[in-house]
Design a protein around this ligand. Sequence first.
Ligand code: ATP
Length: 458
Amino acid sequence: MESKVTMDKIVNLCKSRGFIFPGSEIYGGFANTWDFGPVGVELKNNIKRAWWKRFVQEDPQTYGVDAAILMNPTVWQASGHVESFGDPKMDCKNCKTRHRADTLIENHSKGKISAEGMTNEEMEAYIEEHDVRCPVCGKRDFTPIRKFNPMFTTSRAMTGDASDVVYLRPETCQGEYVNFLNVQRSTRAKVPFAIAQIGKSFRNEITPGNFLFRTIEFEQMELQKFCKEESSMETYEDYKKRAITFVENLGLKNEHLRFHDHDKLAHYAKAACDIQYLFPMGWQELNGIHHRGTWDLTRHQEFSGKNMYYLDPITNEKYIPTVIEYSIGADRLTLALLCEAYDEEQLENGETRVVMHFHPAIAPYKVAVLPLQKNLGDKAKEIYNTLIKNFMCDYDEAGSIGKRYRRQDEIGTPFCITIDFDTLEDDTVTIRDRDTMKQERINVNQLVDVIEKRIKFN
Ligand code: ATP
């Protein structure tokens, strides 16, 4: 029986089972930061690996990079972030909390109204007309909307003046644009080709985070596809399909996913959409797919003075490629997959088991080795030591076997192997499936092959 997943249940399970802890917790925490624990780091790494496999390894037209987080500050002038990047913020004069005006409107209308296309004046008018109140103190006494630049700054401390300012990148994609020429020349790539990256971004987000959904430091998995203008809409549609197939293959149910076209497009864009996921707090953006025209490369050409034209070696055409961007947050996807996987099942004996039905490819541990009794430990350790050469494995000999199964179910381990006295006689073990709880007996030397086949992500 499926039971309703709430954010509280996910946060509690994540903490108690070692997925995710509040950041700097012993100092009272630090708002909108989270630390991945031993199980969580495996889950997120597996998600990143699955993304890289699908979009880089299996796509001969895509090349990976790992660009520096700290970039020449002129990059952020070229990108427009220094001047205009920012969310519409208003402060509550009564309780002194800061809010995003668009989020206030969207929450008040329970997601029915999108403030994306509204001007500041329209948002202020909406808030007044519909009596939208401060979610913290319940008063409606806001300052006018102001843009607040969410770029974190740090300093190189060279000259002691403003020229020392360095920004922590608020998005990873600039690392691809500034390396467009390097990648194209070093790989001899022909348009269309893409540059992909997984890396940290930083945004001084003010809005309450909803756990991993909105954090001030997060990882993006994204790629920029450089193509010809004529084929750009086809490429855009292609990435919409590939993006949704990827998250469905990882386990997100189709009925929990939908496309959402942007109401208002940037002046250079032909199209933009998000894929939204039905999180416990409602439909929210999971990833974005954006047509960016020639905007980014043109701006970098202007600010760097470097020629960003591509010369087609066959037709001799010279042009600045159009960019299609596909970007998804690794942490936000981790949260979606945690919510999707969570289940409370009523067992025949009346007990409830909490089980995380992760796709085996992303499950933190693939196997847990459980000796039925402590004096079977030597044999169990021998099997464990073979398996860890191939997979992340857990080993547990403490407590009843039932409790040990429950523990593995809660962290989503797809297979548990029990070692009993027959193992000593005939070298067979019991392998238990997390989802069906069915057990089968197999030979120890088949284990690696059997597990490998069952955990594959295609
Ligand atoms: P939002 O409207 O939710 O602020 P955005 O439209 O600004 O997101 P993009 O700049 O398009 O987001 O970033 C691409 C992806 O990066 C998002 O779809 C999301 O998965 C992730 N992302 C963006 N901001 C955050 C954040 N503060 N915390 C976690 N993930 C984020």
